[in-house]
Design a protein around this ligand. Structure first.
Ligand code: F6R
Length: 608
């Protein structure tokens, strides 16, 4: 969490830092600040609240200067207030820095630094770093930063400036993301690529422990021992518009609409010219696959929900047992993992701390590991043995949408491939499913045409205080995702429950007008769902059903129906989640919520 930026060049730093921070606000948005070198001094402005507050202050009291660092915060240590906001600066004002990450041994370091006479003003772990760098500073900023990080345990990406060496920014990372943007007569650092795209598409990804020293004309990179490193620049293929709203009111709505393209972009590179799955990045032979006795899918939040669909698809098509686990639980339960386990980590950002820790734990136990991620060069992509990129493009809204649907596409292709190689899936079925998947770009486009109908439903339901999402089989997994979408952006209490479980307790909560969203897309389980709908309706629930179009019967049973195009039962999740995303979106808008930046959340959760 938290976003950092840095600029050094011939232009005014302040607007460049602010624009960069705007693109990183998804990473945290409870306070923001900048530190800019000007005329022999470092000037700092930092304020509690959204970036807008900082912008307003900078308009009234601009800071000139062409070297600076900026930060947007998601508080971990110390409440969001002006003092705890970054950048942090030494007592004498000669070193300022921004930090993304967590310093785990900060209490010990703080006690020691206090003994050494340093005076602390904030409750943050970051202030320890600034005092440490100051403690080791003897006229060489790189050296001081290197010695400081030698004392630090935890995760960090840092941007550091000093008024004694104003011609440089020193930047270093470990377990927190950092990209260096290569400009002409100007250079940049940022936590993520969108912050740089307006200025450059050429970037360096720093590896753990690496340090970049940026001057106006040059970027020097060093390894953890201070030896120079030659790095290949990476050219970003997406353009600025991918990180802009392009006329949509919110990124979430834009990203919901990008799903048809994202689904095609994830699927097509994995199909050869005979429409057979070929996953270059994941080339397991039949023998390799036969050695696997279990697959474990581990992730958090929405990515975990995609993993539930992955389990279903792999067990169905490839007949390999699959366990799913929430990453934060996996690492503490000493799971049965060994060389025969294929471990799949799913993470949009590729930097979620719990998912990363679970991946490391699985590797330690000898599993073959694979990452399904959207972010090129991300932590999990570097650490897993194989990487499957979902080419969904940048996802900026905190609530995940297109990442989820593309993760599901990834799982279908993996399940089909495994199934064909193992002979557990008939060739005819394999081809039918791929043919059907190829229609999903069109089918999702068609589905989006009905958004006004869903808005109409949302406008009637936005005042509800709680909601229940029910489903059976694969619909149960989609219900969980629908429920998460609603609660995280609308703040309505919402719960997902397997429909058959209702009568074991939860039905006690159903009363007049309670909103129940019932997924009824599984033909085999339809009658069972109907019974559940009747049970909740008998207790006064208002039922919105998600059903395959052409299902006339459901019109009589539910109060309202959101239809999806007909498809095989196994493939419905990609379609059935879209009305749920739209319902959550419109309810949140009707309640006046900040859809893209829900309270208390941040897009990437790099803390445990
Ligand atoms: C919800 C949401 C989160 C993420 C979760 C994992 O809309 O976005 O639940 O899915 O924090 O994030 P990644 O996929 O980046 O590991």
């Amino acid at each position: 969490m938290c976003g950092i930026v840095g600029y050094i060049g011939g232009k005014q730093a302040s607007p460049i830092l602010i624009e960069g921070l705007q693109k990183l606000e998804y990473r945290g948005y409870d306070s923001a600040g900048v530190a800019i070198y000007n005329d022999g001094e470092i000037a700092v402005q930092k304020y509690k609240g959204r970036l807008k507050v900082l912008e307003e202050h900078l308009e009234k009291k601009p800071i000139p200067g062409s070297v600076g660092i900026g930060h947007t915060r998601w508080a971990t240590h110390g409440e969001p207030n002006d003092l705890n906001a970054h950048p942090h600066i030494t007592t004498d004002g000669h070193i300022a820095l921004v930090h993304n990450g967590i310093i785990e041994n900060y209490t010990r370091l703080k006690e020691w630094l206090i003994e050494e006479g340093k005076i602390f003003k904030t409750e943050t772990d970051t202030e320890v770093i600034v005092h440490l760098v100051d403690y080791f500073y003897e006229g060489d900023l790189e050296k001081a930063v290197r010695r400081a990080i030698g004392k630090m345990e935890g995760a960090f990406a840092l941007g550091v400036i000093s008024k004694n060496e104003p011609e440089k920014i020193v930047s270093v990372r470990k377990d927190s993301p950092l990209v260096v943007g290569i400009g002409k007569e100007e250079n940049f650092i940022a936590s993520d690529i969108p912050a740089l795209l307006k200025h450059t598409k050429e970037v360096y990804f720093l590896d753990d422990g690496e340090m970049a020293v940026l001057t106006e004309k040059d970027i020097a990179i060093y390894d953890e021992f201070g030896q120079p490193v030659e790095k290949e620049p990476f050219t970003v293929t997406w353009d600025v518009s991918s990180a802009e709203k392009e006329g949509y009111e919110h990124f979430m709505m834009k990203e919901i609409h990008e799903q048809p393209k994202a689904i095609r972009d994830t699927l097509s590179p994995r199909l050869n010219d005979r429409n057979m799955v070929e996953i270059e990045e994941f080339n397991l032979s039949r023998e390799d696959i036969q050695r696997i006795d279990k697959i474990m899918i581990v992730a958090c939040g929405t990515a975990y929900h995609a993993g539930l669909i992955g389990k279903f698809a792999i067990e169905k098509f490839a007949k390999i047992p699959v366990e799913t686990d929430i990453a934060s639980e996996f690492r503490y339960r000493d799971p049965f993992v060994n060389e025969k386990t294929l471990f799949i980590a799913v993470s949009q950002s590729g930097e979620t701390a719990d998912t990363l820790a679970a991946l490391r734990e699985a590797k330690r136990k000898g599993a073959r590991t694979m990452a399904i991620t959207n972010v090129v060069g991300s932590r999990v992509s570097r650490e897993a043995d194989d990487v499957y990129y979902t080419w969904a493009g940048p996802e900026i809204a905190v609530a995940s949408t297109k990442a989820y649907t593309t993760q599901i596409v990834a799982f279908y292709t993996i399940a089909l491939d495994l199934g064909l190689k193992l002979g557990t899936l008939k060739e005819e079925t394999y081809h039918q499913i791929i043919k059907e998947l190829l229609t999903f770009g069109e089918k999702t486009e068609a589905l989006l045409q009905y958004k006004k109908d869903i808005q109409f439903l949302a406008d009637a339901q936005f005042n509800n205080t709680s909601a229940f999402y029910i489903g059976r089989g694969i619909d149960d997994a989609v219900a969980r995702e629908g429920s998460l979408k609603l609660k995280e952006i609308s703040y309505i209490h919402s719960e997902a429950i397997a429909a058959g479980e209702l009568k074991h307790g939860t039905i006690a909560l159903i009363e007049d007008g309670t909103l129940v969203v019932a997924l009824t897309t599984q033909d085999r389980l339809y009658d069972k769902m109907l019974s559940a709908i009747k049970e909740v309706k008998a207790r006064g629930a208002y039922v919105i059903a998600v059903a395959k179009e052409g299902n006339q019967d459901i019109q009589k049973e539910a109060d309202a129906v959101m239809s999806i195009p007909d498809t095989y039962d196994e493939l419905t999740p990609i379609l059935s989640v879209i009305p749920l995303q739209l319902l959550a979106y419109y309810i949140a808008v009707a309640r006046g919520c900040d859809v893209d930046k829900p309270k208390n959340l941040a897009k990437s959760v790099t803390v445990e």
